[in-house]
Write a protein of this length. Structure first.
Lengths: 253, 308
């Protein structure tokens, strides 16, 4: 195991984040605050509580998930896409590192960034509403698993993408609708039966539901199923990556 | 002596079906400077990329210090430094950081003293805290060399190191290469310019169309291929060569306005002085004269023609 290489890639990526601190940290904080102001006051004044939890507190886990997914996919994909785009990837490909070590460096950094930002949002949210965390350990498990899984997913997109449009299509066009429709801002019990069924095909529902359960012990689906779904997606990403590395897909032509 | 690099029946077909290498065999000796010559698209970069592990081979194999570059990539890649053809750098990194990063990726602990030595050797020390985008093209190329040297490789690949580099810098670069060779580093460089190969290489390989057409000691090659041509513009055109000039390797240009003399540049007793004397004796006057060395292109034409 080439630990020096993993460390180098990791610190390099984290340094890149420090340079872009403004976009990386400030903008999700501002966005989240806006959500609280708009949703919390506009809708929250009509819906006081959802299943016994104040509306602002209810949407907090979903907001964290929304940012975590976007950030992890974004950072995970740009981390590997950018060297591919500029050509500097030659160095990593010609270095004595296995793809797993490259993955650890990039995905580790992307997940770390996502987690840091997730925690910052949690802190921001606690200024607006009362947050209660019933199962702190499970909360961290959900957070870390989601961060790692979606950073891996981002990495896959970064390897696959041939241009910036392809790179952005998933985090920009697919994640937000799935998050909005995945019960981030409402309980799916509030939906007509047909739409409840449809919602169960949305993978983000399981993330948000499980994560929210760790806060308030309310869930749209059984938290065990949520955990299993994340585990399943994690394994799926790892198998796709295993295949990509074995064939040299779009990296070693 | 076992070769430091041994390429055996190497083929590469790219995803689009293009056959970039058609069975290349090549042994590189430890400590030598090998120049790979070839026109655009010959397959030079592809060959280097496979040896360095950037591109997967389609067939054949490559051994570096006896280890397979695919199965035993950790050992082989640790021995190799690569300076790519394109100026690919992290524009927003400082020189110091990017060179230190290279060392780390190769698995070595930080060694500021070594990085300092490398940067000084390449006249980059004063720029160590500059961002790479603030450097000139030649400096960027030297940064790439510094990156490749940051892990003290035993083999260094320079893919067209002198493209877009001015004369002074080229000199400096050759000095660095010479120093590295003295310390025992094997160097493989690609170029389009035969003069460059002539100046620095021990051996020269010629690649075209994915095949290694020739691999030879530079001295032998220059003897074989380094032909020169003297062209004398005559004051009065001729219709045929005078009898008295038979014995010189001479030809008349098509319109009869010039005499063409082919000779070897390295002949100890050149034929040119004696030819000029003879012309004077025969009262054959010329307005102008020029000499021309066979170019890489001539060599290609000759080589490809021979093969066909
Ligand atoms: N990724 C790729 N996909 C498809 N074809 C490629 C790819 N890379 C190179 N080729 C083709 O393979 C051939 C050899 O390319 P290569 O870059 O090895 O040439 P080269 O000898 O280095 O040329 P140059 O002197 O221009 O750098 C070219 O015809 C090129 O178009
Ligand atoms: Mg090339």
């Amino acid at each position: 195991m080439n630990f020096e290489a993993v460390k180098s890639i990791y610190t390099f990526e984290m340094a890149r984040m420090r340079r872009t601190l403004l976009q990386s940290v400030i903008s999700p904080v501002i966005t989240t605050s806006l959500y609280f102001i708009v949703f919390g006051t506009a809708i929250g004044s009509r819906i006081q509580t959802v299943e016994g939890v104040s509306y602002g507190a209810f949407i907090t886990p979903g907001l964290i998930m929304l940012t975590l997914l976007t950030q992890c996919i974004g950072n995970g994909s740009i981390g590997i896409y950018f060297p591919k785009f500029t050509g500097t990837i030659y160095e990593i490909l010609s270095a004595p590192v296995a793809m797993t070590e490259i993955l650890l460096g990039y995905v580790g950094a992307a997940a770390s960034k996502g987690l840091i930002i997730g925690l910052i949002i949690l802190a921001t949210a606690s200024f607006f509403v009362d947050i209660r965390i019933a199962h702190p350990f499970m909360m961290v498990v959900f957070l870390v698993l989601t961060a790692v899984t979606f950073s891996l997913f981002g990495f896959i997109i970064g390897v696959w993408a041939r241009n910036f449009e392809q790179l952005n299509v998933v985090p920009m066009l697919i994640v937000p609708p799935l998050t909005f429709l995945g019960g981030s801002f409402y309980s799916i019990n509030m939906l007509p039966p047909f739409w409840q069924t449809v919602s169960h095909f949305n993978p983000v529902l399981y993330l948000v539901s499980g994560f929210r359960w760790s806060f308030y012990e309310i869930a749209d689906v059984n938290p065990g199923i949520s955990l299993a779904m994340i585990g399943f997606f994690l394994l799926l990403c790892l198998s796709v990556l295993g295949w990509m590395f074995k064939t040299g897909y779009r990296l070693r032509s | 002596m076992t070769p430091i690099i041994s390429v055996q029946g190497l083929t590469k077909t790219y995803g689009n079906g293009f056959e970039a290498l058609k069975g290349v065999d090549l042994d590189i000796k430890e400590g030598e400077i090998l120049a790979l010559l070839g026109p655009n698209g010959a397959g030079k970069t592809t060959l280097i990329s496979i040896i360095c592990g950037i591109v997967n081979p389609s067939g054949g194999k490559v051994l570096v210090d006896g280890h397979d570059v695919v199965k035993d990539f950790r050992r082989t890649r640790a021995l190799i430094g690569l300076v790519p053809q394109e100026l690919t750098t992290d524009q927003f990194e400082t020189v110091w950081n990017t060179v230190s990063f290279s060392r780390g990726v190769y698995g070595y602990k930080p060694d500021p003293a070594l990085i300092e030595r490398v940067l000084k050797e390449l006249s980059l020390w004063s720029k160590k805290d500059n961002m790479i985008r603030e450097l000139s093209g030649g400096m960027k190329r030297r940064v790439l060399i510094a990156k490749a040297l940051s892990h003290e490789p035993r083999v260094l690949f320079l893919d067209e190191p002198t493209a877009g580099v001015d004369v002074n810098l080229r000199r400096e670069m050759w000095q660095v290469v010479e120093k590295l060779r003295e310390s025992g580093v094997t160097i493989i460089l690609t170029t389009h310019y035969i003069e460059e190969a002539e100046e620095i290489a021990d051996r020269v390989g010629v690649i075209n169309g994915g095949e290694l057409l020739l691999l030879e000691d530079k001295k032998t090659l220059m003897k074989k291929l380094g032909r020169k041509q003297l062209r004398l513009e005559l004051a009065e055109p001729m219709t045929s060569l005078p009898e008295s000039l038979a014995g010189y390797n001479l030809a008349l240009s098509e319109d009869g306005s010039a005499l063409l003399h082919e000779y070897h540049g390295d002949e100890a007793q050149g034929t040119v002085p004696s030819l000029l004397n003879r012309l004077a004796q025969e009262n054959i006057h010329f307005k102008d004269l020029s000499t021309r060395q066979s170019t890489l292109e001539d060599i290609f034409v000759a080589l490809v023609g021979e093969k066909a």
